[in-house]
Ligand binder design. Structure first.
Ligand code: PBG
Length: 347
């Protein structure tokens, strides 16, 4: 309806009679002024997304013939060497900050020994990425869950519980192998006590004094990791509640952050992101290093499937979610949309 037709509608008496409460002559504060045009809104924006702060996770699978889409993560693939290198090129071209690599081996055992095989799939994937884009930092995941036949992040004691201290030397060896392969950063994600200190010590001993440790400090036992289990074909039965944190706790998360800082973490992480923004904001307050957030597989899936169902505007909600995570205190955001969003932001 045009304005004139509206006015003529009113003139014809079809409008309801409107309330006439008194409005002050002067409304002192008018915050809407700063929202009045796109240019002004942009000028006063307190938070801006930058692709340099994005980290793109990628999945390599040993023995795969062709890339395979992960059904619970539409648009995300398990990669072969060729498709991984293509994705790495695309991320670098879009000026994404880094890639983060996960890998699925052809053979698993109770110790996850392929994790520290210098020619295992994860070390190879690191080499493929570095070969494709030598200047793009590679973050390699340090954890055994993709490699163990029981799917836990650590090795098991005879009684079936997680053997924290027996796991640490395996993480240390895995870290040295991945640093040797060319990983500029390592992301220890297994939530074993003492892991950052043991890994830092082993790296220093091996001469890898420049390897950045991005510690998954406050990592919660989350249902939002669901699609990731498909992505890496995880064998887990049960859950990770004896090592990952209770979603109810924030003080405990901050304790984990403090411990990782004491042990030599260069970056601390909160994961997942959207249900833990209070943890992220609090971690930002107490840490003197950058704080990363990981928008995990289930957060990706929620937005993708809701958009596919026509319930939400995909692009708008992706940008809103990333902005919220950054606003809460993330210096960098691990997310599966990194390359696409980088194009939106640069374009
Ligand atoms: C453990 C690891 C997991 C994720 C990243 N590292 C799975 C888990 O802890 O169960 C989840 C990432 C995601 O859901 O996107 N190696």
């Amino acid at each position: 309806m045009t304005i004139s037709s509206t006015l003529s509608g009113i003139a014809q008496g079809s409008a309801p009679s409107l309330p006439t409460h008194r409005v002050p002559d002067s409304i002192g504060q008018r915050p809407r002024r700063l929202r009045s045009t796109a240019a002004i809104r942009s000028m006063v924006a307190e938070t801006r997304l930058d692709p340099a702060e994005f980290i793109l996770p990628l999945f390599a699978v040993e023995g795969l013939d062709a890339p395979r889409e992960i059904s619970s993560m539409p648009g995300v693939h398990q990669h072969t060497k060729a498709s991984l290198q293509k994705a790495v090129h695309e991320a670098a071209d879009a000026e994404v900050g880094a890639v983060m690599l996960f890998a699925t081996p052809a053979h698993r055992d109770p110790y996850g020994s392929e994790a520290w095989n210098p020619h295992g799939i994860l070390a190879e994937a690191v080499r493929w990425s570095v070969e494709a884009e030598p200047d793009l930092p590679v973050v390699a995941d340090v954890c055994l869950d993709e490699f163990t036949d029981h799917g836990h992040c650590g090795v098991l004691a005879p009684d079936g519980t997680i053997d924290n201290d027996a796991t640490l030397p395996l993480y240390a060896e895995m870290s040295c192998v991945l640093a040797d392969a060319g990983a500029a950063m390592l992301g220890p994600s297994g939530m074993m006590d003492g892991q950052i200190g043991v890994i830092r010590d082993a790296l220093d001993q091996a001469g890898h004094t420049d390897t950045v440790l991005m510690a998954y400090s406050a990592k919660y036992a989350s249902g939002f990791f669901g699609p990731f289990r498909e992505a890496v074909d995880c064998q887990l039965v049960g859950d990770r509640r004896t090592y990952q944190q209770d979603p109810a706790n924030v003080i405990e998360g901050l304790r984990e952050v403090e411990l990782d800082l004491e042990q030599g973490a260069d970056i601390v992480m909160v994961k997942p992101a959207m249900a833990y923004l209070d943890v992220l904001a609090a971690a930002r307050q107490i840490s003197n290093v950058p704080v990363a957030a990981y928008m995990v597989s289930g957060e990706y899936a929620m937005i993708e499937f809701a958009a596919k169902a026509g319930a939400i505007d995909r692009k708008r909600c992706i940008l809103e979610a990333l902005t919220g995570v950054k606003r809460a205190g993330a210096s960098m955001i691990v997310n599966y949309w990194s390359t696409e969003v980088a194009h939106w932001l640069r374009g």
